[in-house]
Write a protein that binds this ligand. Structure first.
Ligand SMILES: [Ca+2]
Ligand SMILES: [Ca+2]
Length: 141
């Protein structure tokens, strides 16, 4: 029958902006350059997205390190996601977060292993933006 076709017409497949990668209903932008954490955060905001929070390590296709949308810059040791959600499940690497150095370490990175490290926010690192996919019929892009 043509039930699949009808279903497709009723529920248009959601899309991601050009140059973004789609995993289920989530779109990811993998940077090809590096920025300090706050500049990376602003970059994502400018593209109607935020630094990655629901990011899965098996989405990483190379061995780079990326900024996550996770910081304790407001209260040392109190890690918060950039969307305001609390940190309920964490994947810190062994010995992390250790807040080392005279500037401390208040911004989280993710290794390709999926483990996290707290790093100095002014470091320049690659980043990942995350947003929901959008339906072409009611997009405001
Ligand atoms: Ca810290
Ligand atoms: Ca650290």
């Amino acid at each position: 029958g043509n039930s699949h076709q009808e279903n497709t017409q009723l529920k248009p497949r959601c899309k991601c902006p050009a140059g973004w990668q789609q995993f289920a209903k989530t779109c990811y932008f993998f940077s090809s350059t590096t920025k300090p954490w706050l500049a990376a955060k602003d970059f994502c905001t400018n593209f109607n997205s935020h630094l990655a929070i629901k990011f899965l390590a098996n989405h990483i296709m190379d061995h780079r390190v990326f900024w996550l949308g996770l910081t304790d810059m407001h209260t040392e040791g109190n890690w918060k996601w950039v969307d305001g959600s609390i940190l309920s499940l964490s994947f810190w690497n062994s010995g992390e977060p250790n807040n080392v150095g005279h500037q401390g370490e208040d911004c989280a990175t993710i290794y390709s292993s999926g483990h996290w490290n707290d790093a100095t926010c002014s470091n320049a690192e690659p980043w990942v933006c995350e947003r929901s996919c959008y339906c072409p019929s009611n997009s405001h892009w």
